[in-house]
Design a protein around this ligand. Sequence first.
Ligand code: GLY
Length: 416
Amino acid sequence: MSDTIDVGVARTLEAVERDIASFGPSFPDNATVDGKYLPRPSAYGMGPGGNYGWTTSFRTAERWMAWQLDGDDKFKEAALEDVGSFERRIFEGIDTDTHDLGFLYSLSSIPAWGMVGLDTARRAALAAADKLMTRFWEKAGIIQAWGSLDDPEQSCRTIIDSLMNTPLLYWATQETGDSRYAEAAHRHTAALRDNIVRPDDSTFHTFYWDAKTGEPLRGATHQGYSDSSCWARGQAWGIYGFSLGYRYTGDVTFLETAERCAKYFLAHLPADHVSYWDLVFTDGSGEPRDSSAAAIAACGLLEMAEMGECFSRTRVAGGSSATAEEIAATGELPMSLTCARDVSEEVEYYRGWARKIVDSLAENYTDLPADSTAMIAHGVYSKPGGAGVDEANLWGDYFYMEALMRLAKPEWRPYW
Ligand code: GLY
C-alpha cells in the first residue's frame, strides 16, 4: 500500500469512529453544512436522525467497511444497529415508494446477511427487492425512479442513477432462484444502454418512456446544467452501473457502454482529475467541483479493471478488428473490445486513472473541520436545487472509502 492509501484509510477510519461517537444510531443529513453533518431533519413522524431518503445506507456501509478493515467489533455493532432500522423501514413502509431501495438494502442488509448470517436482514432485503419490482413497467422494460406510478410527471421515467439499484435484484434471483428479478434488472439496463447514453457517449440524467406503449420518448435533466449537457455524477453512475450490469450478466454490451461512459468522463476532466458538477464546465469556469462524482467514477474504473479477465475472454470470442499499432496511431483511448492484444493495458489504464482520481481527492479534497465526521469536501448534491453545493455528502464519503478499500485490499468483495 502507498502512503496516500495508508493515510486515506486511517483517516476514513477516524471519521467513522467520530460518526459513531457523535451520531450513534441516528442518521446524518445528506450533505454537510460548513463541512459538518447535522442529524437528518424530523420527517415521516420520526424525530431528528430518522432513516428516510436515499442516502442512509452509505453511513451503514462505512461502518461495515471499518469493521472489515480494522476488525474491532464496535464497528460491526454500530452497523447492526443501523440494519435493525432498515428492517423496520421496509416492513413499516417508511419512504419506500422509490427505486433507491437498491442503494439502501445492498449496502446495509445484504452485508449483514453475507457477513454475519442475520436472517432478518436477508428477509428485509428480499422484501425490498419485491417492493422494487412493483416499479417495473413491463412494456417499456424499465424501473420507475421517483414518485407514484400514476404521477404524470414521474410515470415511466427513470434516471441513470437507477443502475446502482439493479444489484439488489440480481442478488434476489441468486437467493431465491426466481429469475424475474434478474430479468427485470437486465431489461432495465438494456433500456438505459439504448436510450440514456447519447451517440457522443455522454448521458442524459433522466429519460421518459410512454407508459401505455413502452416507446422511448425523451431525455431531460434534473440535477444537471441543461437537458443537453452531461451531469457529472450521472456519467459516473453510468461508468459504475453498466460495469456492475456486466458483472452480473456477462452481457458484453454493458461493459462496452461502461467504457463509452468512462471515455467521455475522462476526456472531460480538469487538470486535477476531479470533475466539475457538470462536464460542460472546465477550469476557469468558476463552478464548483463534484468530488462525489470523482469518487463514484474511481470505483467504476476499478470495477472495470477487475473485469480484465473478462476483456480477455471477450476478445477471444470477438476476434480481431484492430491491431495495437492501429489503435496507437489513432490516439484513441484503448477501448476496442475486439482488438487482439494484451489486455493488461486496459486494466492498468483504468486502474491508473482511478488511482490518479483517488490521489487527487486525498491530497486536495480533504480540507474539512478537524472534528467533522465527513471524509471528502467539495461535493455538490444539486446545483439547480441549491442543495449541498460545495459541501461533503454521504455518498461521496462512501465511494471514496470504497475506492480506498478496493486499492488497499484488492481481495475485498464490494457489497453491490
Ligand atoms: N441518486 C441521487 C443523486 O445522485 O443525486
